[in-house]
Design a protein around this ligand. Structure first.
Ligand code: NAP
Length: 313
């Protein structure tokens, strides 16, 4: 527990996987004197009250932002502009306004015009998540050893950026600073393209004639099920990601299609050397991710296997 809170009042607008994880982490570490939250629907607000994690659950975004020292929008990217407009008149002089959106240039473009000059706008993206959403899905440890990318627009107060960086570091994250455009290009290949591929493969398998759906599910351990985890991600969030990071995603999709054509050609020609070299390179990338601590070394993503002789239990 910290001796003095980093922020007197923190407002979390939106309480789903990310907002709920920030709330749980900040509360257990004492990073905020007071945490106020709100959500769009009455049902989510009621559930957050029941959970009893935050100090106050209020009815509107404006009420949450009022007098807060740190305001974090934990809502879909496409909603950030409207919410910035709504909270702008209620922001305290010197407050830090941030978000957690998976796309950065579009968020900056949507929010910045509404924010008064006497607040500090420091957009952020914690590169951490699961396929679950909603108020029950968050957990305090979500950000530990994950990266949080800050994309402060040019001229942002350095002290405010550092204060937000310290908040994320306290939640366990490593912090990196980059431009919103660079962020969007990097995430297009590391996150947005893999999601698009997973969404495609899962629907391709579902629509295949001659393979009944039950066979797709039954034999899914051959690799398919690992794509289904990603393809189960929140439809609203991912719709907004592809609508708002269109250019970078299309650029990466072009690269991907070229590489897919090369592999297709190697298969058609029976070019075993090309396939072997390709798969050797990709295996090294997986090992590199484990080496830098961004995934567990345990095989099969650490799934627990039943003991022999007890499989039927
Ligand atoms: P989530 O679990 O679905 O929670 C979203 C929250 O936003 C809910 O409280 C929801 O309220 C509220 N909300 C939805 N639409 C809104 C609107 N139009 N106006 C105001 N509030 C609205 O989502 P999440 O996974 O936490 O994602 C939130 C943000 O984090 C997104 O921008 C996403 O890009 C980013 N992000 C997500 C992940 C991930 O893996 N999920 C990782 C990193 C960053 P109701 O419950 O009342 O609808």
């Amino acid at each position: 527990m910290n001796s003095a809170p980093m922020f007197r009042k923190v407002a979390l607008i939106g309480f789903g996987l990310i907002g709920g994880s920030i709330a749980r982490g900040a509360k257990s570490l004492g990073l905020a004197g007071e945490i106020v939250t709100t959500a769009r629907s009455e049902s989510t607000r009621a559930r957050v009250r029941e959970l009893g994690i935050v100090d106050h659950v209020v009815e509107s975004n404006a009420e949450a932002a009022d007098g807060a020292d740190l305001i974090i929008l934990c809502i879909p990217v496409g909603a950030c502009g409207d919410v910035a407009k709504e909270i702008a008149p209620h922001l305290k002089h010197g407050a830090i306004v941030s978000d957690v959106g998976s796309v950065k240039a579009a968020v900056v473009k949507a929010m910045a015009p509404f924010l008064p000059e006497d607040v500090h706008f420091v957009p952020a993206h914690p590169v951490a998540g699961t396929e679950n959403s909603g108020p029950d899905s968050g957990f305090a440890e979500l950000f530990i050893n994950r990266w949080c990318i800050l994309t402060p627009p040019e001229g942002t107060n350095a002290e405010a950026t550092e204060k937000l960086a310290a908040f994320w570091r306290a939640l366990g994250a490593n912090v990196e600073i980059m431009t919103p455009e660079h962020h969007d290009l990097v995430l297009a290949v590391t996150s947005h393209l893999p999601h698009l591929i997973a969404y495609t493969i899962v629907s391709t398998a579902e629509e295949l004639e001659g393979v009944t759906q039950s066979e797709v599910l039954k034999f899914s351990a051959g690799g398919f099920r690992d794509f289904t985890r990603i393809a189960a991600s929140d439809p609203t969030m991912w719709r907004d990601v592809f609508l708002t990071n269109k250019d970078a995603v299309l650029e990466m999709l072009g690269e991907f299609q070229e590489d897919l054509s090369k592999l297709t050609r190697a298969i058609r020609r029976g070019d075993g050397d090309a396939l072997f070299d390709h798969f050797t390179r990709t295996r090294a990338i997986r090992r590199g991710i484990v080496q830098i601590g961004q995934d567990e070394a345990a095989p099969d993503f650490g799934r627990r296997h039943k003991q022999l002789g007890k499989a039927a239990e």
